[in-house]
Write a protein that binds this ligand. Structure first.
Ligand code: AMP
Length: 417
């Protein structure tokens, strides 16, 4: 029998994993600069945590979660996103009592049973950032800047930052009524998906990808034009801060995160290098969520960014292959005693941080040289009986073909890294 990976999941193989590591290193470096601390939460949680935080009516909760009943009859779910668990941990561990502002980030796999397609997987990876304890618009912009800094540091320039305000509990109900009225006039002509949303979650009709839906709702009222003074001021301040940091952005009045707990700022970063699934990252303010999950009222804002999509963009903009993966030295051996010597020497050089490879398969000298070439080693050295007796060997620069006689004790200093 041949086993295969599950549909919508992917192996990240050597060759590709190095790009992931580079991306992960960049993310950590940027997050450190912005003074965020990493949090690692379990992969699975109580199902009700996600139902309560993401919302029963969302696509994620209503049809995409990997939910199962465990042996003690408890309903558990593989996390479909990172905010719910981060906030659960924040509340459970009283993190808010240790510092007035808690700045956290996470990175790891998420699970959603979506229809797999380019850029859409069932196990995918996100990095996400959350700031809890402040309602300052500076943090809204900080979130956007973090994501953009990560992309820029990785050499990605092609992206669009879209921002909007989804209002708050003061101004949204009246607006929702206006929107509902406008949508009911065209309801029967909308796509079946949007028709179903009109009553359940009318704001989501506005971000329908269906062209006809877009045309039918072209003149529908937008939240950004019906904000209360507080939300309006917050939104203006976000725009001013973006301008003051010279960050190009677009206002997209149709951008909604769709969940009731979202307040004020919503944003998305999209890349033209991606296909129809062009969203690289999305986030927003959720001033009511901590309380909704049983914590003390705490304003918060965060975003999540897809890592596979980031890798897809990187593959398009062409990142140079990391040359620091090739061995610096390949030690070619000829017999049992040289293999023993090479093993000790390699261990000692490796402990000094040098990438050294030896042969473990008892291959011929020729085959080992071929392997050294294949791995693009910078240097090779052949060790046999004579070399061990004289304690000298010829070190070969694999690029230039140049050979020089070196004392085996001085091998390390002879390698020009
Ligand atoms: P969301 O949590 O739905 O706001 O998603 C945030 C980001 O995660 C998106 O902008 C995508 O980059 C990425 N993402 C979401 N769902 C998937 C998926 N099924 N496969 C791959 N990436 C995804």
């Amino acid at each position: 029998m041949k086993f295969k990976s599950i549909k919508g999941t992917k192996d990240i193989l050597p060759g590709e994993v190095e790009s992931w590591q580079r991306v992960e290193d960049t993310i950590r470096r940027v997050l450190r600069a912005f003074n965020y601390r990493e949090i690692r939460t379990p992969i699975f949680e109580q199902t009700s945590l996600f139902a309560r935080s993401i919302g029963e009516l969302t696509d994620i909760v209503s049809k995409e979660m990997y939910t199962f009943i465990d042996r003690s009859e408890e309903s558990l779910t593989l996390r479909p996103e990172g905010t719910a668990a981060t906030l659960r941990a924040f509340i459970q561990n009283n993190l808010g009592e240790q510092t007035p502002l808690t700045k956290l980030y996470y990175m790891g796999p998420m699970f959603r049973q979506e229809r797999p397609q380019a850029g859409r997987l069932r196990q995918f990876h996100q990095f996400g950032v959350e700031a809890l304890g402040s309602s300052s618009p500076q943090l809204d912009v900080e979130m956007m800047l973090i994501a953009l800094t990560v992309y820029r540091e990785l050499g990605i320039q092609q992206f669009v930052l879209k921002v909007n305000s989804v209002g708050c509990q003061q101004c949204r109900p009246a607006y929702k009524k206006k929107l509902l009225h406008a949508l009911q006039n065209v309801q029967s002509q909308l796509s079946p998906e949007s028709q179903a949303r009109v009553n359940q979650n009318p704001l989501r009709v506005l971000d329908s990808k269906d062209e006809k839906d877009q045309e039918l709702t072209r003149t529908a009222p937008l939240m950004k034009d019906h904000l209360c003074p507080e939300c309006s001021e917050h939104f203006l301040e976000v725009q001013k801060l973006l301008q003051s940091t010279e960050t190009p952005f677009e206002i997209d009045g149709r951008l909604v995160r769709g969940l009731d707990y979202y307040t004020k700022t919503a944003f998305e970063i999209a890349s033209s290098a991606l296909g129809s699934q062009d969203a690289l990252a999305g986030g927003g303010r959720y001033d009511l969520l901590v309380e909704e999950l049983g914590g003390k009222p705490t304003p918060g804002i965060g975003f999540a960014a897809g890592m596979e999509r980031l890798m897809m963009v990187l593959a398009k903009v062409g990142t140079p292959s990391p040359s620091d993966l090739n061995p610096i030295l390949y030690i070619v051996t000829t017999d049992e005693s040289s293999r023993r010597w090479a093993f000790t020497k390699a261990s000692s050089l490796r402990s000094k941080g040098l990438r050294v490879e030896i042969d473990y398969l008892g291959r011929s000298v020729k085959a080992q040289m071929r392997e050294a070439n294949r791995q693009e080693a910078q240097y090779s050295v052949v060790i046999g009986e004579t070399e061990l007796q004289t304690q000298h060997a010829k070190l070969k620069n694999m690029k230039t073909g140049e050979e020089s006689l070196v004392n085996l004790d001085e091998l390390q200093s002879a390698l020009r890294v």
